[in-house]
Structures are given as structure tokens and as C-alpha cells.
Design a binder for this molecule. Structure first.
Ligand SMILES: [Fe+2]
Ligand SMILES: [Fe+2]
Length: 302
């Protein structure tokens, strides 16, 4: 197993904030670490929904985008993909890793037939990214994007209860694949994982539309792992029923997480439920949060 070191996760964009940061319904992380070959690396995972707010936070946090090694997109929703061109341009043209469904047109359709675009914003599509020097690499398979750091690829869905989104009966998700309109199961949803020296496997999620439990089970399977050390990112538990939350917590217990920092589409109720279930592992997340694996954070909650 190839091990990485000194993993530091900085939340560049998230729904909530600390002073001098701007919030948004979107997600973006910067991952700093020493890869399995001993080289310093910086990866941007997702690029939020509001470019101005993201760039404001990047400036405040004094992040130098020129040092970015690559970008990973967790999936093709607009709240994760709105500043990819800006980041790639600032980085001087880097690889962008994503699933083949990420850049396809997708909509939320109401019962009235009215459709809302929820996919990658117009000016952030594959062609625009390549125009500024980016190299978009699409695959469904897990991929080692830096020595010791892997995408999960398309996540196998094995739990009986997890669903991509809590949709009402009046809505439908649509994606256009090869010219055909099909129900969108958000198959592009993927996470990142790495094994941190001295601590264990760490998983970073975007929205976790495949379900947080499915995501961790998938990482366990492809990495041949027993326990998972940490999880940070969206869980899409917002708007779920009490039964759904209880089931999720029960199933999360099997991974013996030592660090859990849910955010973005987790929602207030699920975030507090996770805090109560895993008080010693929980770290509150917000724009500007820095988590260094192995170091006690400033405060776990405010
Ligand atoms: Fe999403
Ligand atoms: Fe999201």
C-alpha cells in the first residue's frame, strides 16, 4: 500500500463560513500533502457554485493556485463545477479528472414539465476548460491521480436504503446520454481516497450522491481495507427522514471513523445528528476550515 503524508484539507468553499470568508451552496477543497514518492502536491477537489465567493476565499487564505497539480470533479452538478476554468487557467493548464457523465446536459424536471439546468455551467464545459490549457480525462474506473491518491471511480451502490437525492414525487432528474434522455442516477458521483501514513485511509466526498455508506464500502473494497480513518465532505443527508439518518449512523459505525467532518449538502439536522453520534471524531466544517490529519484542530465545534 502506497502511503501519503501530512494531509491538510482546506475548505475553500462551503455553505457556512468563519469570519472574512464568503459562503455559498457549493463545495471546493484544497488538499495539500506529500505523495507516496515524497513530492509535495496540491489538488483542488471541486470548484463551487459561486466563482467570486470562491476566489475571495482563495485570496483570503493566500492559496497560490499556480502550484495546483490537478483538479478532480466529484460530479457534474453546478454547485461543484462553477470555477473550473478559472482554477485551471490560474494553475497554468492542468489535468481535470472526472467521470464520463460529468459534462453531459442534465435537468431537474418539475411535474408541470418545467426544467431547470443543474449541470456544469455554460462557461465551464469541457471545451472551455481545454481552451485555457486544461486536459480533461474522463473515466468510470478508479484512477491513481498522484502517487498514493485515488479517485473511487463510479461507486457501486449496494446498501438497500441509500438514494441519490431525496426527490419529491413531483420531480424527476434527467440526463442526456448519447442523445437519449434517461433518469439521472448521478452515476458520475465519485470521491477521493488516500492512505495516510500513521493514521489510515481518508475519504473526501463531493455530494456523496451514491450515499456515504456506499462510498466508504466501495473504498474498503477497492483498497482492500478494514477500517477507515477519516471522512470529510458532503453526504447529501439534507432533507432525509429520521429513519434514513438513523440507518446511516448505524451503518457508519462499522468503519470506526476517527475523524468525521460532514458539510455542504449534509444539512443542519444531519450534521448535529452526526456530531451527537460521533462526538470525539466530529469536526465542524465551513469555508476557511483547515484540517490537518494527526493535529488537533483549533476547535472541533464553535
Ligand atoms: Fe450534487
Ligand atoms: Fe452539492
Amino acid at each position: 500500500m502506497r502511503l501519503i503524508k501530512d494531509l491538510k484539507i482546506t475548505t475553500l468553499a462551503e455553505n457556512s463560513v468563519r469570519p472574512r470568508m464568503l459562503g455559498q451552496w457549493g463545495l471546493s477543497f484544497l488538499l495539500d500533502f506529500v505523495d507516496a514518492s515524497g513530492d509535495d502536491r496540491k489538488i483542488i477537489f471541486d470548484t463551487g457554485i459561486n466563482k467570486q465567493a470562491l476566489l475571495h476565499n482563495i485570496k483570503q487564505l493566500k492559496v497560490d493556485l499556480r502550484k495546483t497539480d490537478c483538479v478532480v470533479l466529484s460530479h457534474g452538478h453546478s454547485d461543484h463545477t462553477a470555477a473550473t476554468v478559472e482554477v485551471v487557467k490560474a494553475a497554468g493548464g492542468v489535468k481535470v479528472h472526472a467521470h464520463p457523465h460529468t459534462f453531459l446536459p442534465r435537468f431537474l424536471e418539475e411535474k408541470t414539465g418545467k426544467r431547470r439546468r443543474i449541470g456544469v455551467p455554460k462557461r465551464e464545459r469541457l471545451e472551455e476548460i481545454e481552451k485555457v490549457g486544461g486536459k480533461v480525462l474522463l473515466t468510470r474506473a478508479p484512477k491513481e491521480i498522484a502517487p498514493g491518491v485515488w479517485t473511487t471511480g463510479q461507486i457501486e451502490r449496494v446498501t438497500h436504503f441509500e438514494q441519490a437525492l431525496p426527490l419529491s414525487k413531483k420531480e424527476r432528474l434527467i440526463i442526456i446520454v448519447d442523445g437519449n434522455e434517461i433518469n439521472d442516477q448521478i452515476l458520475d458521483d465519485q470521491a477521493l481516497w488516500m492512505n495516510v501514513d500513521g493514521f489510515g485511509p481518508f475519504v473526501i466526498t463531493g455530494c456523496a450522491h451514491a450515499g456515504p455508506v456506499n462510498t466508504l464500502l466501495h473504498v474498503q473494497r477497492i483498497g482492500n481495507l478494514k477500517q477507515i480513518h477519516g471522512l470529510a465532505g458532503g453526504t447529501h443527508l439534507v432533507g432525509r427522514s429520521d429513519e434514513y439518518l438513523t440507518q446511516t449512523i448505524k451503518e457508519l459505525e462499522q468503519f470506526e471513523l476517527k475523524l468525521i467532518s460532514p458539510c455542504h449538502c449534509t444539512g443542519f439536522k444531519a450534521t448535529t445528528t452526526i456530531w451527537q453520534a460521533f462526538p470525539d471524531a466530529f469536526i465542524l466544517n465551513y469555508s476557511g476550515r483547515v484540517i490537518e490529519v494527526g493535529k488537533e484542530p483549533d476547535k472541533r465545534v464553535f
